[in-house]
Design a protein around this ligand. Structure first.
Ligand code: PBG
Length: 356
C-alpha cells in the first residue's frame, strides 16, 4: 500500500484502505494552507533535499586544534579525548601535510612547555614550544593557516591566564605579557593570533604591539565571548593548564549571560578584532545566533573538548551513530551562524564529507 508518493491513484488506494479500516482521511479546509501546502513535497528524495538544503559543511570550515608538548618524545594520547594526542616537536610536519591535504581550513596551536613559571615566560620565548611548532608547520605546509592561542595558562606555574598578585589575576600587567606573546608568534610565522585570556583591553593591546612591531597585516581572532565553562575539563588535562587555586570566573564570562556576550563582542570589534568567537559552542548556540545577527565580521565557534568528549563517550557505548551525530552537531553550529568551527572532529569530519 504505497501512500508515500502522493499521486492520485495511490492516494485513492490508500483512502480505500483507510476506509476499509474505518479511518476517514482528514482534509481540514482552512488549516495553514493544507492540502495545497505540503511541506513534505521537497523532502521526497535526496536530489530534492540536496537542492533546498540551507546549510552545508566543508572541510575548509574547520580549524583543527593541535597540542604540542616540549616534554615528550612520542605522541601521548589524551585519555578524555579519544583520538587526540599531545604531539612532540618533530612530528608536526607530517601532521600539517595530512591536515592540509584534507582541505581543512587551518590549525590552532596550544603549547605545553617543559618548564612553567610565575610569569609564563615560555609563552613569549623566541624558542618556545609554540614558536618552534609554527616554524615546523610553516616549513612543511606553507599554505596551511596557522592560528595561535594567545594565553598564559599553559605556561604559568599557577595555571591562571594572567599575572597573579596576592591571589588576583592582574589585568593591565597581563596585557604586556600577552602582547609579547602575540608578537613572538608573529615573528615565528603565525598567520592569525587568537587571544583567549579574557583580560579587558587585550585586543587593543595586541593590535598596538603587532602594529609597532611591523605586523600591521596580521589578523586577530578574538575569543570574545568565552564562558567560564565546565566543558573545558578535558582540554585542561590535555594542555596541563588547570588553575592551581580558585577558578576562572573572575575573568571568563558567566554562562547565564547572553546580552553581556554582545557587549564583549562589541568591545573587541571596537578594539580592532578582525574575527570574533563564541566559546563553547553547543550550550551557547543562542549567543552565536545573536552575534551573527548583530555583526558582519567572520564568526568562529569553538566546539570544545568537553563537547567532543561527550559525543565520543556516547559513541563508544554504542548509544549514538557517531558519524551522523557529528555531522549534525557541526551543521547545527554552522546553521546557528558560525563561519568557522574550531573542532577536534575536523579530521574525521573532513574525511566523511569528502569520501564518496
Ligand atoms: C585557554 C584556553 C582554554 C581552551 C582554549 N584556550 C581553556 C581554559 O580557558 O581553561 C579550552 C578549549 C577546549 O576545552 O577545547 N588557553
Amino acid at each position: 500500500m504505497a501512500i508515500e508518493t502522493g499521486d492520485g491513484r495511490r492516494v485513492a488506494a490508500a483512502e480505500a484502505a483507510a476506509e476499509a479500516a474505518i479511518i476517514a482521511p482528514r482534509r481540514p479546509v482552512v488549516a495553514g494552507g493544507f492540502p495545497a501546502r505540503r511541506m513534505r513535497r521537497l523532502r521526497r528524495g535526496e536530489g530534492l533535499r540536496r537542492l533546498v538544503r540551507e546549510t552545508t559543511l566543508q572541510p575548509d570550515d574547520f580549524i583543527y586544534p593541535l597540542f604540542v608538548s616540549e616534554a615528550i618524545s612520542e605522541p601521548a594520547p589524551i585519555t578524555s579525548m579519544p583520538g587526540q594526542s599531545q604531539w612532540p616537536l618533530g612530528t608536526l610536519a607530517r601532521q600539517a601535510r595530512q591536515i592540509a591535504a584534507l582541505g581543512i581550513g587551518g590549525v590552532i596551536l596550544f603549547g605545553i612547555p617543559s618548564v612553567k613559571d610565575e610569569l609564563g615566560s615560555g609563552a613569549y620565548a623566541a624558542d618556545g614550544v609554540v614558536q618552534r611548532a609554527i616554524r615546523e608547520i610553516k616549513d612543511a605546509a606553507p599554505d596551511l593557516v596557522v592560528v595561535t592561542d594567545v594565553c598564559l595558562c599553559e605556561y604559568t606555574s599557577h595555571g591562571h591566564c594572567g599575572l597573579v598578585r596576592e591571589g588576583v589575576v592582574q589585568n593591565d600587567e597581563t596585557l604586556e605579557l600577552l602582547a609579547r606573546e602575540a608578537v613572538s608568534h608573529a615573528r615565528a610565522g603565525a598567520d592569525v593570533v587568537a587571544p583567549s585570556d579574557m583580560m579587558d583591553g587585550r585586543v587593543a593591546a595586541l593590535r598596538e604591539a603587532l602594529d609597532e612591531s611591523g605586523y600591521a597585516d596580521l589578523p586577530i581572532l578574538a575569543y570574545s565571548a568565552k564562558f567560564a565553562s565546565a566543558f573545558y575539563g578535558p582540554f585542561r588535562e590535555a594542555a596541563e593548564s588547570a588553575p592551581q587555586f580558585g577558578d576562572r570566573r573572575g575573568y571568563q564570562m558567566d554562562p547565564a549571560n547572553g546580552r553581556e556576550a554582545l557587549r564583549e563582542v562589541e568591545l573587541d570589534v571596537l578594539e580592532g578584532a578582525d574575527m570574533v568567537m563564541v566559546k563553547p559552542a553547543l550550550p551557547y548556540l543562542d549567543v552565536l545566533a545573536r552575534v551573527r545577527d548583530r555583526w558582519d565580521l567572520p564568526l568562529a565557534a569553538y566546539n570544545v573538548s568537553g563537547e567532543y568528549a561527550m559525543l565520543k563517550a556516547a559513541a563508544a557505548n554504542g548509544w549514538l551513530d557517531e558519524r551522523r551525530a557529528t555531522i549534525e552537531l557541526l551543521g547545527g553550529i554552522k546553521r546557528a551562524g558560525a563561519d568557522i568551527i574550531i573542532t577536534y572532529h575536523a579530521i574525521e569530519a573532513a574525511r566523511w564529507l569528502t569520501e564518496p
